[in-house]
Design a protein around this ligand. Structure first.
Ligand SMILES: [Zn+2]
Length: 420
């Protein structure tokens, strides 16, 4: 009798052991399959404090109404300070030229540009410089133009040809999307890459134009429409640019249907390649499209709980369209900054350039060094990773990990200090 019981117990143990082995094999397979995503979540630096970076694109060469819009935006921003006395900063991606419509109209098909440091655009340039001097703007490169001039000049689309010949400085936003791409050749779709020599020359020109306007080499660049290539990155790096803002991926071509296609690379804050460090925008503040202060505050809460900076995307169109929309966008900007400070007393305002320098040197005043402190944030990031997290939940690893996080003393004081 005892032998029978002993055999049954032994058999159960064997079965349990087998099940455990199968479970471990399944978990290992999930981890191996998603290793690149998991490693990326782990290596991304964890910030000790909640950080808000506001980024707005397309400013500079274009409609002269930008000058008053910039002044209005600066007036809102300078009303606030974080606990260190620093105002919120709008990191503005600047375009340095638009078509000189009058000159093109009489030029017999030759492209001519008017630059930001030339009349009548100096009004906009002065507003940009005023805001920077007050510490509420930080200026970064968007592009010499928000398009590739040869692509527009070669077009037989009458709307494009009329746009090139507009008498007043034109808005690139009114062009079809495929004509707003700078770093891929969209004369025919699917697109093709520009020759490397043309890219290198165009980068040299745009960095020189930025230096002429602002007296320095830009540290940070925001690729127009997030369409760019490794060839462009290497040219930027050779010209002294050190940081590229990305949506977490790199769109390198335009398909036959006009959709942008990425090259499969995925980026986290602080990743590097081709002599460039990447910053990742993680959400939006676009009141004109319904992504208002409430929406942005939710994004801040998510970013803070994952130990990430909240890097929000915005465009000038929010502040440069009709007066009612401008007023609404300014109100939402004020609400966003005021509510963020009230919800997160430890919040810090940084420019993209500030954040880049912190990540570049791994500044220990801002970045958590110990794995024990970083782990809860890594777990939070993993819980928003989509399919890997679903599979970890199905296998019970998510439940087990959550339990261990609650009972094990590895939760850092920094996490507890995050107000949200
Ligand atoms: Zn843009």
């Amino acid at each position: 009798m005892l032998n029978i019981v002993a055999n049954q117990v032994s058999s159960s143990v064997d079965w349990l052991g087998l099940l455990l082995l199968v479970w471990l094999a399944v978990v290992a397979a999930i981890v191996v399959w998603y290793r690149r995503d998991i490693v990326r979540l782990w290596r991304e630096p964890v910030l000790k404090l909640p950080v808000l970076v506001l980024e707005s694109d397309d400013w500079g060469a274009g409609p002269l109404s930008q000058a008053s819009a910039l002044d209005d935006m600066a007036a809102v921003l300078r009303r606030f300070r974080d606990s260190t006395g620093r105002p919120p900063v709008m990191s503005l991606a600047v375009v340095l030229a638009v078509p000189d419509g009058s000159a093109i109209a009489v030029g017999g098909g030759t492209y001519r540009r008017v630059c930001l440091d030339e009349a009548p655009l100096t009004r906009v340039l002065d507003a940009l410089k005023r805001g920077e001097a007050e510490g509420v703007f930080s200026l970064q490169l968007h592009g010499l133009e928000h398009y590739w001039p040869d692509t527009l000049m070669a077009s037989d689309d009458q709307r494009v040809l009329a746009w090139l010949r507009e008498a007043s400085p034109a808005s690139t936003e009114s062009l079809q999307a495929r004509f707003q791409y700078r770093w891929i050749d969209t004369r025919c779709l699917p697109s093709s890459p520009h020759p490397s020599a043309a890219v290198e020359e165009a980068v040299r020109e745009e960095v020189e134009a930025f230096r002429r306007a602002f007296g320095r080499t830009p540290a940070v660049v925001v690729p127009p429409a997030f369409a760019w290539t490794p060839v462009v990155e290497r040219a930027w790096s050779s010209s002294g640019i050190e940081c590229v803002v990305t949506p977490g991926e790199r769109y390198v071509r335009c398909a036959a249907d006009g959709e942008l296609v990425d090259d499969g690379e995925r980026f986290a804050n602080g990743d590097r390649s081709n002599g460039i460090l990447y910053l990742v925008r993680n959400d939006y503040f676009e009141p004109a499209r319904g992504r208002d202060a409430e929406y942005a505050l939710r994004a801040m809460r998510r970013a803070s709980s994952a130990g990430r900076p909240c890097v929000l995307e915005n465009h000038r169109v929010n502040f440069c369209s009709e007066p009612a929309m401008r007023a609404h966008s300014l109100q939402e900007l004020e609400k966003l900054v005021a509510c963020a400070l009230s919800l997160m007393p430890k919040l810090r305002f940084l420019s993209s350039s500030d954040l880049f320098h912190i990540l570049k040197v791994g500044d220990p005043h801002w970045i958590m060094p110990r794995w024990r402190d970083r782990f809860p944030y890594f777990w939070q990031r993993l819980s928003h990773s989509g399919r890997p997290w679903k599979l970890l939940r199905l296998t019970g690893v998510a439940l087990l990990g959550g339990f261990l996080l609650r009972v094990a003393p590895i939760q850092s004081t920094e996490l507890k200090s995050h107000p949200l």
